[in-house]
Design a protein around this ligand. Structure first.
Ligand code: ADP
Ligand code: ADP
Ligand code: MG
Ligand code: MG
Length: 537
C-alpha cells in the first residue's frame, strides 16, 4: 500500500507512494479523527464557476461543507474544539482569511445544493410550487421553473418526485435564493443530457454576477460549466489533496492523461485517448442479428423503434431523453418484455444489466461472480477486476454495497456472461469520474475482444463518444410516446442527437475529446447553419 491506509490500494498497480513531500501535517485543513480521512488544502473560489474534479471519497463534499459554513475545519487539532479564529489565522494573508472573516460576521451568504437530493422528501413537506415560491428571493420563479422543466411538477408533493425531478427542484431552489456564493455538489446525477445542459446553463447564469463552485463527474458538462478547475487526488477515505487551479481545458486533459505534471503524480496507468474520426462503416463485419420495427405499448405509453442490423464486435450507444422508452427497448431485446409487434432474428445469447439493479442476491461479490465465470484467471483480473476496482469488494455482501459499488459489480457480472449481445442500461449512474473512465475502457475492450455486440444506454456523452461505433437516437414525449431510430453511423447519429439538444461539438486538438461550443459563438452558429452538430474536421 501507500503507507497511509491499511487497505489495498484502490488504484490497482499504480501507487501513490507515501505522501508527496510538500504535504506535511500543517497542510491538513480538516481531519475526521485519528487515522481517519484527512483533507490537504482548500480551494479559494474565483469569479465565474470553479469546478472540482476528482474521484469519490477524496473530500470534495467536505470542502463544500467547510466553505458553506456547515463544517468548521479543525486544522488537524483533535484535542481542542474547532475555532473560527484559528481558521482565520491559519489562512492569514490569503483570500481565504477574508472569506472566513466574512463567514464569521455573516456578511456573506453561501447557498448550497447538496450532493444527496434523495433525502429532500424527508425534510421538506408540502407541494413543490409552494416551497419554491417561499425561497424565491430573486423573483426568478417563472423563468427557472420553465428552464428546468418544473411547470408540471408544481402541484406535486415531494414524496412523489423521482430522482431527476428532485435534482431539478433542488437546483431551482438554490438559484432562486439570493446568496453571495453558490455551491452545487453533483448537480447532474439522475438527469438526461438535455436536463444536464439546462442545469448547466442556469448555473452559468448565476455565475455572471456571483461566484459559483461545482463538483461534477460528467466531464463534458464540467468542461462546459467551469471557468477553471481544481483536480483532487488521494486515497479514498484516507486522504485527499487539492491541487492548484488549472484552466478547464488543460485541467481536463491532464485528468484524462492520468498524470499531474506539476505535482508529479500519476493516478491512472492508462491515458484516455479519443478517436479524432468516427469509426468507418462496419458493415463488413459478420452480422449478429437483425430486428424488424418494434412496437411496445405499456399503459398509455407507446414505443416504436425502427428495425436494424447489428454486427459482431460493435458498440451501439443509445441516446435520448428520460421517459421515452430506451429501457423498454433494451428489455424487449433482452426478452424481458414481449413487444406488441416486431421480431428479433438471430440465435443469440443475451446478457443484460438493468438500469435499476435489484439486490436480492444472498452472498458475497465473489460468490456472485464465481457463479457466472472463472474469476481467478489473469485475463479476468486485468480486464474486469482491476479496472472496476473490485479487489476490495470481493468479500463484501452484495446486499451491503453502495450504489456505485453495486453498479461496478453489476457491470462486471453482465460482462462475465458468455453472450453474443450485451445490453447495458445506464452504467455510469452512481459512478465517479474515474470509475466512468475505467468502465468505458472495460466495455470498449470487451467489445473488441469478444465477437459480441453491446448496446449501451447512457447520458454521459463523453462516455458514449468513447465507446460507441454507432448510435440509436430516441426522441418523443416523456411518458406518452417514444421513437427510436435505426442504428446510425456515428456521425449521423451524433448529429441527429446534438441537433435535438441544440448544442454543437468541437474536438480538443490534444486529446480528441469532444467539447461543447459556446452557444452563439461563431463556431456554434456556423456548425448549426451547415448542419454539422457533431464537429467539423
Ligand atoms: P467526496 O465528496 O470527494 O466523495 P467526502 O468529502 O464526502 O468525499 O468524504 C471524504 C472522506 O471523508 C470519505 O471517504 C469519508 O470516509 C470521510 N467522511 C466524510 N464525512 C465524514 C464524517 N462526518 N465523519 C467521518 N468521516 C467522514
Ligand atoms: P427511459 O428508459 O427512456 O427513461 P422507459 O423505457 O423506462 O424510459 O419508460 C418509458 C415510459 O414507459 C415511461 O414514461 C414509463 O412511465 C412508461 N412505463 C414503463 N414501464 C411501464 C409499465 N409497466 N406500465 C406502464 N407504463 C410504463
Ligand atoms: Mg461528495
Ligand atoms: Mg431508462
Amino acid at each position: 500500500g501507500c503507507g497511509i491506509c491499511t487497505k489495498r490500494c484502490p488504484f490497482g498497480s499504480i501507487k501513490i507512494i507515501g505522501l508527496p513531500e510538500e504535504l506535511s501535517d500543517d497542510k491538513i485543513i480538516h481531519s475526521y479523527g485519528q487515522n481517519r480521512f484527512r483533507l490537504y488544502g482548500l480551494i479559494s473560489p474565483r469569479n465565474g464557476v470553479t469546478g472540482i474534479l476528482g474521484p469519490n471519497g477524496v473530500g470534495k463534499s467536505t470542502i463544500i461543507k467547510i466553505l458553506n459554513g456547515e463544517l468548521l475545519p479543525n486544522l488537524n487539532d483533535l484535542e481542542n474544539p474547532s475555532n473560527i479564529e484559528n481558521v482565520i489565522k491559519h489562512f492569514s494573508g490569503t483570500e481565504l482569511q477574508n472569506y472566513f472573516e466574512k463567514l464569521k460576521e455573516k456578511s456573506i451568504k453561501p447557498i448550497h445544493k447538496p450532493q444527496y437530493v434523495d433525502v429532500l422528501p424527508k425534510v421538506v413537506k408540502g407541494k413543490v410550487g409552494d416551497m419554491l415560491k417561499k425561497v424565491d428571493e430573486t423573483g426568478k420563479f417563472d423563468e427557472l421553473t420553465k428552464e428546468l422543466e418544473l411547470t408540471n411538477l408544481l402541484n406535486r408533493e415531494f414524496t412523489q418526485l423521482s430522482g431527476g425531478e428532485l435534482q431539478r427542484v433542488a437546483i431551482a431552489a438554490a438559484c432562486l435564493r439570493d446568496g453571495s456564493i453558490y455551491y452545487f455538489d453533483e448537480p447532474t446525477s439522475w438527469l438526461d443530457v438535455k436536463q444536464r445542459f439546462s442545469a448547466a446553463k442556469v448555473i452559468r447564469k448565476v455565475s455572471e454576477d456571483k461566484k459559483v463552485v461545482a463538483v461534477e463527474h460528467d466531464l463534458i458538462v464540467l468542461d462546459y460549466l467551469s471557468d477553471n478547475i481544481h483536480i483532487m487526488y488521494g486515497v479514498p477515505s484516507a486522504y485527499g489533496v487539492v491541487t492548484h487551479p488549472r484552466g478547464t481545458r488543460v485541467g481536463i486533459n491532464a485528468y484524462l492523461d492520468g498524470f499531474l505534471k506539476e505535482e508529479n503524480i500519476r493516478f491512472r496507468k492508462n491515458s484516455i485517448i479519443f478517436e479524432k474520426r468516427p469509426p468507418a462503416d462496419n458493415s463488413n463485419r459478420p452480422m449478429l442479428l437483425d430486428y424488424t420495427d418494434i412496437n411496445v405499448n405499456l399503459g398509455d405509453f407507446k414505443l416504436n423503434v425502427e428495425g436494424g442490423e447489428i454486427y459482431q464486435g460493435e458498440v451501439v450507444g443509445i441516446l435520448g431523453p428520460n421517459g421515452i422508452g430506451k429501457t423498454t427497448f433494451v428489455k424487449a431485446l433482452a426478452g424481458v418484455i414481449k413487444p406488441n409487434a416486431g421480431e428479433i432474428n438471430g440465435d443469440i445469447k443475451v446478457a443484460y444489466k438493468p438500469q435499476y439493479i435489484l439486490t436480492d442476491f444472498d452472498g458475497t461479490v465473489e460468490d456472485l461472480l464465481m457463479d457466472i465465470t472463472a474469476i481467478h484467471t489473469s485475463f479476468y483480473k486485468s480486464e474486469i477486476v482491476k479496472p472496476l476496482a473490485l479487489e476490495n469488494l470481493m468479500e463484501s455482501n452484495v446486499k451491503d454495497l453502495s450504489g456505485g459499488e453495486l453498479q461496478r459489480v453489476s457491470i462486471a457480472a453482465c460482462l462475465s456472461h458468455d453472450a453474443d449481445l450485451y445490453l447495458i442500461d445506464e452504467p455510469s449512474a452512481f459512478l465517479d469520474v474515474e470509475q466512468r473512465l475505467n468502465a468505458s475502457r472495460v466495455i470498449r475492450r470487451m467489445a473488441d475482444e469478444k465477437d459480441a455486440a453491446m448496446f449501451v444506454v447512457d447520458h454521459d456523452i463523453l462516455f458514449q463518444d468513447y465507446i460507441s461505433d454507432r448510435f440509436i437516437v430516441f426522441n418523443g414525449e416523456a411518458g406518452m410516446n417514444g421513437q427510436g431510430s435505426a442504428p446510425l453511423k456515428k456521425r449521423d447519429g451524433a448529429n441527429k442527437f446534438l441537433k435535438q439538444m441544440g448544442i454543437t461539438f468541437r474536438r480538443d486538438p490534444e486529446t480528441g475529446r469532444p467539447r461543447v461550443n459556446k452557444e452563439g459563438s461563431q463556431r456554434d452558429l456556423h456548425q448549426k447553419e451547415i448542419g454539422e452538430y457533431y464537429y467539423v474536421d
